[in-house]
Design a protein around this ligand. Structure first.
Ligand code: ZN
Ligand code: ZN
Length: 604
């Protein structure tokens, strides 16, 4: 009997000792009860209660075993890390398990840098990391996007002989890919002997979120060659990459695949498919997917509402929103961005205000800066620029550069120079050096016939060295997405493309087309070269699609900047002369060109 008790807790001494030391903390019934309670309670207040109860019943706050269980429970319910950390600091001699749990907690929190602090702390105390330390730590580093630390930790996994473990390698691939060091990610990836689904997904996903969707697609094909079957997560990543690229044919193949393997019932896959089709301008197909879905979430509804709105089908977007309300679903802030965007592009000013108020009054959603931006756009597009200015002055939020830019754009569009200059002066304070603002200001003066001022703006811009981001366009032909930059001569079929461009130019001239060089609203791209206008990336992409696809095939082009006036006019005529539907997704919206006109009604 006596041997079961540690000497300090000998029963003979029991009446001399305070309650807290009477029980063996790790073996007593109080302890066991606490552990049992912790395993069933999944709420933060309950866990705090158990903690308080354990202290009252004599388990010291410093007990490493109790601390370990408590921290594990708190981290597993994503409790606030400061509280968890307080417990951690009280523990006498925390084990590697507790350190790992803390690192995991921080990796999943908003303060991932503390994971790194703990790791250094471990080092200082000569506590060796184990197999579980690195996956959590690398996750935190991926969140911090700290490549220097990432490489340092990589070398330490080698030092500790843990770099050969597949799950450490997977985390490493994910970390590098997320940090944008795609080459490093690929090097580690190649070293993984048995590339499981997780490994592939780590890299795919990494490419997709790094704006390198082309690599993601190549990798997806390699996956097929290696006989690894994609799962729902892979398909969602792939579809995100496809949406980014406007890869419609790929999207259709992915659609067939998910139908075949039965993943179509997966809600996330369905939502990704809606988004993909909508972003490729194939909004009817997005609608079809929506209609076929067995179960839908608010995300599904929102994706389609935003899709209709961005594709210029504002009325359909609003109709769908009406259905959503009748189904008594609760719209989100993003749903309202779609709804307000729809109103703005359809010129529905009073409806826009009704929805704006509804958002707050009926759904209790506090409008964010994006929603205020939509309202300024709504008024501005309708030509109500003074009302838009008044709306800005009454905003409860500090108007940001986007809001002022929207007003400046509206002023340029409607020729309100004085107000435009006010907007411009705010922008100069908030976001100096934004190339788009110079373009808008130059447009503003041009709209009033002040050509010298317009030219002056452009000169200032060049003197200050403000450069426009280079324009590029993507077009999918066959199984491949082709990328073109302005004046691109790198494509293997460049000779045919340029020959086609010349033919287009001739045909356009027959239709009365004049290249818009100087006396129209000015676009900075014109600054590049006199001839450059003919070689804007979207024109190259369209010329390439015209020679590479059968007549009658719709052409989808994805452009990273706004379409310039000249390309817009040219594309309208091309759609008529070549009898093609051309869909251009630019930075702000979709243009559906058909039979000589555009769905944006020349306002974008
Ligand atoms: Zn252009
Ligand atoms: Zn258009």
């Amino acid at each position: 009997m006596h041997s079961r008790w540690p000497t300090s807790l000998h029963p003979n001494l029991s009446n001399l000792l305070p309650l807290s030391t009477l029980q063996t903390p790790t073996k007593g019934p109080t302890f066991r009860k606490c552990i049992a309670l912790l395993q069933t309670q999944k709420s933060y207040p309950k866990i705090i209660q158990i903690h308080a109860w354990s202290i009252r019943h004599g388990i010291p706050i410093t007990d490493p075993c109790m601390g370990k269980h408590l921290i594990f429970s708190l981290v597993s319910i994503s409790a606030p890390m400061p509280y968890t950390h307080t417990i951690f600091t009280h523990i006498h001699g925390p084990t590697i398990f507790t350190y790992n749990t803390m690192i995991k907690g921080y990796a999943e929190s908003d303060t991932p840098h503390h994971a790194m602090h703990l790791y250094h702390h471990m080092h200082a105390l000569s506590i060796l990391p184990d197999t579980h330390t690195y996956p959590f730590l690398l996750k935190a580093i991926a969140k911090l996007m700290d490549t220097r630390v990432g490489e340092m930790v990589h070398s330490q996994t080698i030092k500790h002989g843990l770099d050969g473990l597949v799950f450490v390698q997977n985390s490493m691939v994910h970390m590098y890919a997320t940090c944008g060091l795609v080459e490093n990610a690929y090097k580690v990836f190649e070293m993984v002997p048995e590339k499981g689904l997780v490994t592939w997904n780590s890299l795919i996903n990494g490419y997709a979120i790094n704006g390198r969707p082309n690599e993601a697609l190549t990798l997806y094909r390699e996956m097929g060659h290696h006989g690894v079957a994609p799962d729902g997560f892979t398909m969602v990543s792939l579809m995100c990459a496809g949406a980014e690229l406007g890869a419609l044919a790929l999207g259709r193949r992915a659609h067939v695949y998910v139908l075949k393997v039965g993943l179509i019932g997966n809600l996330h896959v369905g939502n990704a498919l809606i988004d993909l089709y909508a972003k490729c301008g194939a909004i009817r197909e997005a609608h079809w997917v929506f209609g076929e879905m067995g179960s839908r979430s608010v995300v599904s509804w929102t994706s389609l509402i935003v899709g209709w709105a961005l594709n210029g089908y504002g009325e359909d977007a609003l109709k769908l929103f009406g259905c959503m309300e009748r189904e008594e679903l609760v719209p989100t802030e993003i749903t309202f961005v779609g709804v307000l965007y729809a109103c703005s592009h359809c010129g529905l000013v009073s409806e826009g205000f009704e929805y704006f108020n509804r958002m707050r009054d009926v759904y209790g959603l506090v409008p964010k800066i994006e929603h205020y931006g939509c309202m300024v756009d709504l008024l501005g597009r309708a030509g109500m620029v003074n009302e838009a200015h008044e709306f800005i002055s009454k905003m409860p939020l500090e108007p940001n550069a986007v809001v002022w830019r929207t007003l400046l754009g509206a002023c340029a569009m409607h020729g309100h120079v004085a107000l435009g200059e006010i907007a411009r002066s705010r922008l100069a304070e908030l976001d100096p050096g934004h190339c788009g603002d110079y373009v808008l200001l130059s447009n503003l003066y041009a709209s009033d016939g002040r050509w010298l001022d317009a030219q002056g703006v452009r000169k200032t811009m060049f003197r200050k060295g403000v450069r426009k981001a280079p324009g590029h366009s993507l077009v999918e032909v066959g199984n491949c997405v082709h990328e073109f930059v302005m004046g691109d001569r790198s494509h293997p079929q460049k000779d045919e493309i340029y020959a086609m461009l010349e033919e287009i130019t001739k045909l356009l001239k027959l239709q009365g087309y004049m290249p818009r060089t100087s006396n129209v609203l000015v676009d900075i791209e014109e600054e590049e070269k006199e001839k450059a206008l003919c070689y804007h990336s979207e024109k190259l992409a369209i010329a390439f699609a015209l020679i590479s696809t059968p007549s009658g095939t719709a052409i989808t082009v994805i452009k990273n900047l706004r379409v310039c006036v000249d390309c817009h006019v040219a594309t309208k005529i091309i759609s008529k002369v070549f009898d093609r539907e051309i869909i251009v997704r630019d930075r702000s919206r979709f243009h559906h060109f058909r039979d000589g006109s555009c769905s944006c009604k020349d306002y974008w």
